[in-house]
Design a protein. Structure first.
Length: 136
C-alpha cells in the first residue's frame, strides 16, 4: 500500500492484478473503495470455469483479499454493486452471494450490462469501512 495525496493505493498478489489503468482499491479516511472484480483466478489471470456460481465465488474471494489488504473485510462492506451479463443468472449469483454475506448484508444494487471484461458473467465492486481494530 502506498499514499498519494491523502489516498492509499491498495494492492495484493492474492487478487488478480489490474488489467487496465486502475487500482485494486483506494483507501481514504475510514473508507475503502474497490474496483470491480470479475472471476479471474489470480494465478492464471483467466476466468474460472463453472459458470455463474463459480465466477461469483471467485469474485467475492478476490474482493475479500483486496479488502483484507486494505485493513478491512467482507464484514465491513456497506454497499455492493453487482453487474450481471444476464439477469437470468440472478438467483444463482444471489445464492453464492448469500454464503459470503450470511447476516446483516450490505446495501446492494444489481444491474444487467451488455458486456463485461474478458467475457465475465458477473462483476462486483464494493465500498467498505476500515476495520476499527486495525492498529494504525
Amino acid at each position: 500500500m502506498y499514499t498519494t495525496e491523502g489516498k492509499k493505493i491498495v494492492s495484493t498478489e492474492k487478487a488478480p492484478k489490474a488489467i487496465g489503468p486502475y487500482s485494486q482499491a483506494i483507501r481514504i479516511d475510514n473508507l475503502v473503495f474497490t474496483a470491480g472484480q470479475v472471476g479471474l483466478s489470480p494465478a492464471t489471470m483467466e476466468i474460472v470455469e463453472g459458470g455463474i456460481e463459480a465466477q461469483t465465488r471467485q469474485v467475492l474471494t478476490n474482493l475479500k483479499h483486496v479488502l483484507e489488504a486494505a485493513d478491512s473485510g467482507l464484514n465491513f462492506v456497506v454497499k455492493t454493486t453487482v453487474f450481471l451479463q444476464s439477469m437470468g443468472d440472478f438467483a444463482a449469483m444471489n445464492g453464492v452471494y448469500q454464503e459470503f454475506f450470511p447476516e446483516n448484508p450490505p446495501a446492494r444494487s444489481t444491474v444487467a450490462v451488455a458486456g463485461l471484461p474478458k467475457g465475465a458473467l458477473v462483476e462486483i465492486e464494493c465500498i467498505a469501512l476500515l476495520n476499527p481494530g486495525r492498529g494504525d
